[in-house]
Design a protein. Sequence first.
Lengths: 371, 512
Amino acid sequence: MVTEMTTPILIALIINLIYAKAIGLTEGIAAREVGNDFWMATLMAILQGAVMMVITVLLIKQNAKEDLVQRAKSIVGPILGGLIGLLFVLYFAGAYAVVMITFVDHLRDYFLPELPTIVFVIVASLVALYAMQKGIVVTGRIAVVGVFSIILLNILLMIGTIEDFNIERLFPVFRTGIMATFLASRHADTDFAMASMMTGMILPYIAQKDKWIKATLTGVFYGGVLVMLWPILECGVLTAPETGHYIVACMQMARSAEIGWFVHRYEMIMVAFFAISLLVQLMMLLYCGVEAIAHTFTQKSSRLWLPITALFSMTSYLIVIDHRRTMQFLSVIWPPFSLAIAFLVIALLLVIGYVQKFIKQRQRFASMKKS
Amino acid sequence: MDTLTAMRYQTAISSVLAYNVFLIKEILVDNSDLIERPFTVTLDHELDGVIFYIDGLSNNQLISQALLDPLIHKSLEQELLGGSRQQSIGTIEKILVTNPEVKIVKTVGEAIDNLLTGESIVVVEGLSKAFTMGTKGWEARMPSEPATELVVRGPRDSFTENMRTNTSLLRRRIKDPMLRLKTQKIGTRTKTAVTIAYLEDVANQRIVMDVQERLQSIKIDAVLESGYLEEMITDARHSPFVTMKTTERPDAAAAAILEGRVVIISDNTPFSLIVPSYFWDGFMASDDYYASYFLGTFSRIIRLIALVISLTLPSLYVLLVSFHQEMIPTQLALSMAAGRESVPFPVLVEVLLMEIAFELMREAGLRMPRPVGQAVSIVGSLIIGQAAVQAGLVSPIMVIIIAVTGIASFAIPSYATSFTIRFLRFPLLLASGMLGLLGFTAVLYVLTVHALSLQSFGEPYVAPIIPFRPSEQKDSLLRVPWWKMNTRPTFAKEKTRQPDPLDEQRKGQKSG
């Protein structure tokens, strides 16, 4: 069923897709790599994210009725396109695992350490499955709620930490060098990549084709701004070495925040507010995974809901069960894999698409000349 | 209906009086309230006839005055002209037809259908048609103060069980020729009259058509209350959320019509349905519009706080005490622990016991006669609560939590919405008690997704908040002053309600 969505919903979805992992896990990894330049790395990632988004939107704009998989099939043929489709499915499975890591690490490490990990994975996947079954428009509406709660969380965090904020901790910048900071931005790039890949899958359902670029860039910009607050506060309040000590740096940040005597710890407020964003991410990635595999094998997507949910959940569980494996996956395996697909493959398809269009135009022009 | 009765039902009225009487009496056999009153009119010929009516549904005096008297007078006044029998029959027909309340029916079934609505049936020897006479008249309750939607300031009348009284209450408020009241019969056995009321130039025709189509598609034998209709035509058949607002207040129904909504009034019930309805409509009371807009807005904010408390307070308490004690400030945690020291049950069991006890008290108080019901509430809340704390069965803070939650649920104006929230509290409670914050978040998310997926006659149920509709914010969580309430909801055909006087003034100044 094709459902038309509005651009504000697309913007809300993009913001949600960028936010949840970027504010905590990503910052911790980047802080371990480049010290207090991690906030500069996030800033750089916003620009790179914008470039990725534009490339993706231009690819879909070549034929506004096709999503990423369908575009790949149209451009490089059904066999090679199918292989690329499978690559996209792998991407969404990996992204799902990344978000599941974020979800589990927040709740397990800070709230329910005795609860078996499988319970977190099953509960989150069932909720995502339920939302997916209701359709992307419903998830889009939840994403709007998610944006409001993200804004509220950011405001609360600012109020709760402003007293301890020291701007001097943010400087000097580029202590590790511009190149190292740029390389460290790849971690945050993966968060923006999730948003651009998701956009590539749902863009055909968004009305007003002429507003796609503006809307998606607005999403990236606002998403980036909302994320940026965290590394700045983490660096200015916790300091970079402290941020690097924690897997989920944002939770440590929330723990440090307080308003008066009764709101003395923010962890629960934090989870309450950004759980929406996390669950929107899970649902959208599941949806994109199902759509990608359905278009790869030309199947009805509703038949694939359960098996894909089970597959994605199992993959996530196998990664999230072990902390060492989780960190290995997040900091070593995921960035190159994610960016190779979300940036290189998409850019390659875009170029081939343009070349094909150019050749076709030349041929048409030549045949018109002959006739 | 068996085959023989069905055949008799469809039979045309015969010119043989005895046969018609036989058919009517056979179909309505063993009915002590069916009155058969034979009469004879002496014109040039003696003609026999029978009046049928249902005792208690028809007005006996009216039957005598409007039906029998003209016939008897005519027979007394009639000069014998030596006319044919057929001419005499024609004279009787003329006498009956001149009465504006008389309709002609051709089949036995039609005659019986009218008879059962309180009308009288006249069958005459030699006439192959029957006459139905509007003689409805039964004891009905007068409009009184609404029992479920009390207001401090506002009208004190309410709908009654009589549909005509209800439609007149609407007409008295909306004296607009564009007000439409379309009636249809629903229920193969009850043939309940159901009227849809709307403003032709304001209501969206899509919604009006949708309501009509859904009502026409109902296949049911009986409609005894508007709740039957609600379940049959609702968008959310398997949902605890109520996607149609019910009201027994004529002013609330009139306000809904003026906003471009459609009101469904069913006979035999004071509760009418309003469509389309948003989730937030359950948090709006008539007072909001009659008191100052500051007060109206403040009351709505209080009710939203009541929603949050009513839905989440017990669950938050359970998850904090059972799983996340570190989130509670130390002093408060110590007080809670001291209160729970002697309680032998886990928190979840304690909350469930108290919640069930509270629901029992509420239900008992509702079903008992009013003075006894009040006594049950007082005994339950004060004496049992105090005794349970002293016996060490529940902690004092638990009594406070349940009491606050209960009061919050009663602060929600719509009984149906309040019930929904009370019901949804239980899955949230169980999930929080079993999985802590994880369970709470998951169930809350599922509920949100579910609510967001609902529609009320094509309109998103959680609108105008999600999707956000700026023009409708004037009357959602806030209530702006009347001079600013110049637009209707986006689903209305005519969106402008009245010009903004300030805008008019500005325009005047510019042109001046």
